[in-house]
Design a protein around this ligand. Structure first.
Ligand SMILES: Nc1nc2c(c(=O)[nH]1)N[C@H]1C(S)=C(S)[C@@H](COP(=O)(O)OP(=O)(O)OC[C@H]3O[C@@H](n4cnc5c(=O)[nH]c(N)nc54)[C@H](O)[C@@H]3O)O[C@H]1N2
Ligand SMILES: Nc1nc2c(c(=O)[nH]1)N[C@H]1C(S)=C(S)[C@@H](COP(=O)(O)OP(=O)(O)OC[C@H]3O[C@@H](n4cnc5c(=O)[nH]c(N)nc54)[C@H](O)[C@@H]3O)O[C@H]1N2
Ligand code: SF4
Ligand SMILES: [Mo]
Length: 752
C-alpha cells in the first residue's frame, strides 16, 4: 500500500501533467486526463440534483475556470439553475477537508494525520469492533451523491471485503418508496419515462412535487410544452409550481391516498377504463375495482378537503382517452407513513387509463440527488449490485463470477434499513459506523435520537468534502474527499440517463476521490487483491456493465465514456446488439448525434412501449390497502401540521455546499422563516416578521413568522435547510419502504 499511497500523494502536489498517472485512463487521482491538459472545454453532468443537466467546463491549462450550461444536451438544452452555475465556486472553500483528521480525546481538537495512518486506524478500529461485537457490528450509511463507480465499489468493499452486513443510503430518506412501489407493481425499480414527456403531455399532474424549486430545469421543460396542457398541482401549499398550474388542489396533508382512490372510484364507476389493456397487461384490477367502491368523493372529502365536484372533474380529465396524461410525484408522496401504497395508487390510475409506455404519459417518480438512480441500482444495500436479489443463489453466483469474489462473501439477505441501523446502534448491536457523503446529524428525521445513539458508537468515520458539517464534527476519524469536479465517473439521472463527469480541478490538500479512498482502505484492510479489477473508474464501469447483463437495466451496449458523451448520455437499458429504432422513439426536436458511431442510441426512450412488464407474468400489478391514520395527528396542544421541504432553488439540503457560495447566499433568506396563514397568525397575535417559537413534542426551535396564504389555515411550512428542523419531525416510517415521513407532524406556534 505505501507505494500506491506515495505515488498518489506525490501526484497531488505535482504539476498538471499526465506522466504520473497511476494507470491509463484513470482520472480519479487528483490528476487531469491527458486530453484536458489544454485550454478548451469539456463537459460534466451537474452534481446537485437528479435532473442531470450537463455543464460545459471552460479550461485553462486543464483546470476549470468557469462553466456554462451545455446547449445540445437532451436534458437541459442550454439551461442551468443557480446551483449548477455555482458548482465550481463551492469547491473553493476554507472549510474543505484537506487532510485526514483524528479525534482521540473528547476535550481536544482533532489532529491531522497521514493517509497511511488514517487507513490503518480505519482498519484496526473497525476490525477490533468486529472482533469484540461480531462482524455485524460495523455498518455504513452511503449516499446518492457519489459516482456510480464509487457507490458500487463502496458497497462491494464493505460487504464482500469487510464483511459488513448492514449498509443503507440517504436515498432511504428520499427514494425508497418509489423503489418499492415500482418493484412490486412492475417487477423492477423502473421509472418508465423520458423528460420529453413533460413536453408531450396534454395533462400533467404533479403530486407533492415542487418542480420550480427542486427541479427548476424540469419546470422549464414543462414550460416548453406546446400542447396547451392542463397542469394540475396537488400540494397542501400554493407552491411556486402551483403558480403556473391551471388547477391547484390544496389538499389536507397526507390526504393523497384518499384522493387517488376517489379518482379511481369515479373512473371505474363511469366505465372510463381501458379494458383491453387491463386484460392483456395487468393483474388485480377486479379486486381493486371492488375495493374503491367505498371511496366516493363524498366519502373521502373529510380526509382530502377537496370537494366532490373538483374530484369528479379531475377524474374526467385524467381518463379522457383523447388526452395524453402523465402523473409525476416526488417527496410529498414518498415521504409518508403510507408512501408506497400512495405511489401505487398513482400507478393504478395510469394503468387503468392506459397512460403508460406512450409519449406524454406515465406514473413518473422524479428522483432527488444527482446519483440517486445510480444508488438504486448499484449501492449493494437493498438489492445486490445491478438490481439483483441477495436471496437468489443464481444472482449471487453471477456477481461472484464477474467480480471474482468468493460466493460465501456475498450476504444472502439485504441490509437493515437506515432506521433499523440507528435502532441497532441504540440496542448496542452496531458499534462502528462509516458515513459517506451524507450529513445525518442534520438530515435524519429524529435528531434527538441520532445524537443520543452517536454516543453509543465506539468508532464513527465520516468521509466528506468539508470538515465542518454537523456529522463531520462528531467524527472520530474524518476522511477528506475530493468532490464533483475533482474526479471522474458517471451519474444516472431521473429518466435513467447515464452521463459522465470529469476531473477538471485538483482536490485540495490531501483530499482524494472516494474511489481512491476505497482503494486505500481495501489495501489497509488486507483485501486489496479482491478489488484489483477496480483499478479505475472506467474499469469499474465495465464491471457494472457486465453485472447489468440480462437485467432490465442492461447497459452492455454502452461503448465506454466516450460513447456516453457522444450520445448526449444514454438511458438504460441499452443491451449489446440492441436495435433501437431511433426514429420511432425520438422526439422531433432532438436529433441523434451518434450516426457516425453507428451505434443504436436514441436520445429519448421510455419503458413498457410493448406493454410487457418485468414481473414473472409480464403483467403490471394493482396494489392497494386501506389508508391509515396520520402517525401524529394535530391535537389541542399541537394544533398545526408542520410541512417541510425545499426552500429555494439556491439551497441544497443541509447547505454544506450551497452556503459556501456568495452568489447563492444572496438568493436565499439569511434567517429561518415559518410560513403561517394570516388567519392563524391573527388568532395567535403574531405579526409578519415577528420572532416566534415552534414546538413539537420533541423540541422547540426559533424562527420568524412569514404570513402567507400559500399555506392553508392549520398548516405551517419550514424549509429543511436549517439544522434545527429535524429536531421537530416525528419519526414514522412507511411499513414497506421504511422511508421516513418528514412532511407531517404536529406542532404549536407561539410569539416570543
Ligand atoms: N433547490 C433544491 N433542489 C433540490 C433539492 C434541494 O435540497 N434543493 N433536493 C433534491 C432532492 S434529494 C429531492 S428528494 C428533491 C425533492 O423535491 P420535491 O419533493 O419537489 O421537494 P419538497 O419541497 O421536499 O416537497 C415537495 C412538496 O411536497 C409537498 N407536500 C408536503 N406534504 C404533502 C402531502 O401530504 N401531499 C402532497 N401531495 N404534497 C405534500 C410540500 O408542500 C412540497 O411543496 O429535490 C431535489 N432538488
Ligand atoms: N425535514 C426534512 N428532512 C429531510 C428532507 C425533508 O424534505 N424534510 N428531505 C430528505 C431528503 S429527500 C434527502 S435526499 C436528505 C439529504 O440529506 P443529506 O444527504 O444528509 O444532505 P446533504 O447536505 O446533501 O449531505 C451530503 C454530504 O455529502 C458531502 N459531499 C458532497 N459531495 C461529496 C463527495 O463527492 N464525496 C464525499 N465523500 N462527500 C461529499 C457534502 O459536503 C454533505 O456533507 O435529507 C432528508 N431530510
Ligand atoms: S437543475 Fe439540478 S442538475 Fe440542473 S443545474 Fe440545477 S442543480 Fe444542477
Ligand atoms: Mo432526496
Amino acid at each position: 500500500m505505501p507505494a500506491v499511497l506515495d505515488k498518489i500523494l506525490k501526484q497531488k502536489s505535482g504539476p498538471l501533467t499526465s506522466e504520473l498517472l497511476l494507470r491509463p485512463n484513470d482520472f480519479g487521482l487528483g490528476k487531469l486526463p491527458r486530453n484536458l491538459e489544454t485550454d478548451g472545454t469539456t463537459t460534466s453532468v451537474c452534481g446537485f440534483c437528479s435532473t442531470g443537466c450537463q455543464l460545459k467546463l471552460h479550461l485553462h491549462q486543464g483546470e476549470a475556470i468557469g462553466l456554462t450550461p451545455s446547449t445540445d444536451y437532451p436534458v437541459n438544452l442550454g439551461m442551468a439553475c443557480p446551483k449548477g452555475w455555482e458548482a465550481l465556486s463551492v469547491l473553493d472553500s476554507k472549510e474543505r477537508a484537506t487532510a485526514p483528521l483524528l479525534k482521540e480525546f473528547a476535550n481536544e481538537p482533532a489532529r491531522e494525520i497521514t493517509w497511511d495512518l488514517a487507513a490503518k486506524i480505519f482498519s484496526d478500529k473497525f476490525k477490533k469492533v468486529q472482533a469484540t461485537y461480531g462482524k455485524e457490528s460495523v455498518a455504513f450509511i452511503s449516499t446518492g451523491q457519489i459516482t456510480t463507480e464509487e457507490m458500487a465499489f463502496l458497497g462491494s468493499f464493505a460487504k464482500f471485503g469487510m464483511g459488513v452486513k448492514h449498509g443503507d443510503g440517504n436515498t432511504r430518506q428520499c427514494m425508497a418508496t418509489s423503489v418499492v412501489a415500482y418493484k412490486q407493481a412492475f417487477g423492477f425499480d423502473a421509472p418508465p419515462y423520458t423528460y420529453a414527456d413533460f413536453e408531450e403531455s396534454d395533462v400533467v399532474v404533479l403530486l407533492g412535487s415542487n418542480l420550480a424549486i427542486a427541479h427548476p430545469i424540469l419546470y422549464q421543460r414543462l414550460a416548453r410544452n406546446k400542447r396547451n396542457p392542463d397542469i394540475v398541482v396537488i400540494d397542501p401549499r400554493a407552491t411556486e409550481t402551483a403558480q403556473i398550474a391551471t388547477q391547484h388542489l390544496a389538499l389536507k396533508p397526507k390526504g393523497d391516498l384518499y384522493l387517488l382512490y376517489a379518482l379511481a372510484h369515479c373512473i371505474i364507476r363511469d366505465d372510463r377504463v381501458s379494458h383491453d389493456f387491463l386484460k392483456a397487461h395487468t393483474e388485480g384490477f377486479e379486486d381493486f375495482a371492488e375495493f374503491v367502491k367505498d371511496y366516493s368523493p363524498e366519502a373521502t372529502f373529510e380526509k382530502t378537503g377537496i370537494s366532490a365536484s373538483v374530484v369528479e372533474k379531475l377524474a374526467k380529465l385524467i381518463s379522457d382517452p383523447t388526452k395524453r396524461v402523465s402523473m409525476w410525484w416526488t417527496m410529498g408522496i414518498n415521504q409518508s407513513h403510507e408512501g408506497v401504497r400512495t405511489a401505487q395508487a398513482i400507478i393504478n390510475l395510469c394503468l387503468m387509463t392506459e397512460n403508460i409506455g406512450k409519449p406524454g404519459t406515465g406514473p413518473n417518480s422524479i428522483t432527488g440527488q444527482c446519483n440517486a438512480m445510480g444508488s438504486r441500482l448499484f449501492s449493494n444495500t437493498t438489492s445486490l449490485l445491478g438490481g439483483h436479489d441477495f436471496a437468489n443463489p443464481k444472482h449471487r453466483a453471477k456477481v461472484s463470477r464477474i467480480l471474482e469474489i468468493p460466493e460465501e462473501n456475498i450476504p444472502t439477505e439485504p441490509s437493515w434499513a437506515y432506521d433499523q441501523i440507528i435502532d441497532g446502534i441504540e440496542a448496542g448491536k452496531i458499534k462502528g459506523l462509516w458515513v459517506i457523503a451524507t450529513n445525518p446529524a442534520h438530515s435524519w428525521i429524529n435528531q434527538a435520537k441520532f445524537h443520543k445513539v452517536r454516543k453509543k458508537l465506539d468508532f464513527l468515520v465520516v468521509q466528506d468534502m468539508y470538515h465542518t458539517t454537523e456529522t463531520a464534527q462528531t467524527a472520530d476519524l474524518l476522511l477528506p474527499a475530493a468532490a464533483w469536479g475533482e474526479k471522474s465517473g458517471t451519474f444516472i439521472n431521473s429518466e435513467r440517463r447515464i452521463g459522465t463527469l470529469k476531473q477538471v480541478r485538483h482536490a485540495p490538500g490531501q483530499a482524494l476521490s472516494d474511489f481512491r479512498i476505497f482503494q486505500l482502505l481495501a489495501n489497509a484492510w488486507g483485501c486489496g487483491e479482491m478489488f484489483e479489477k477496480w483499478s479505475s473508474a472506467p474499469a469499474a464501469f465495465e464491471l457494472l456493465q457486465q453485472l447489468s447483463k440480462g437485467q432490465p437495466c442492461d447497459i452492455t451496449g454502452i461503448k465506454g465514456y466516450q460513447h456516453l458523451d457522444e450520445a448526449g448520455g444514454i438511458q438504460w437499458p441499452l443491451a449489446e446488439n440492441s436495435k433501437f429504432q431511433a426514429s420511432s422513439v425520438l422526439t422531433e426536436s432532438l436529433e441523434p448525434r451518434t450516426e457516425h458511431l453507428k451505434l443504436p442510441t436514441s436520445k429519448e426512450r421510455r419503458l413498457f412501449e410493448d406493454g410487457k412488464f418485468f414481473t414473472p407474468s409480464g403483467c403490471a400489478k394493482f396494489l392497494f390497502d386501506p389508508p391509515t391514520a396520520l402517525p401524529e395527528p394535530t391535537c389541542e396542544d399541537y394544533p398545526f401540521t408542520l410541512l417541510t421541504g425545499r426552500g429555494t432553488s439556491a439551497q441544497w439540503h443541509t447547505q454544506s455546499r450551497t452556503n459556501k457560495s456568495a452568489v447563492l447566499k444572496k438568493l436565499y433568506p439569511s434567517e429561518l422563516f415559518l410560513d403561517l396563514h394570516p388567519k392563524d397568525a391573527a388568532k395567535l397575535g403574531i405579526a409578519d416578521q415577528q420572532e416566534i417559537e415552534i414546538s413539537s413534542k420533541r423540541a422547540t426551535i426559533s424562527a420568524k413568522a412569514h404570513l402567507t396564504t400559500n399555506v392553508n389555515p392549520g398548516d405551517v411550512f419550514l424549509p429543511m435547510h436549517e439544522g434545527s428542523i429535524n429536531k421537530l419531525t416525528f419519526p414514522s416510517f412507511d411499513p414497506h419502504s421504511r422511508q421516513p415521513s418528514y412532511k407531517a407532524c404536529a406542532v404549536t406556534v407561539s410569539a416570543v
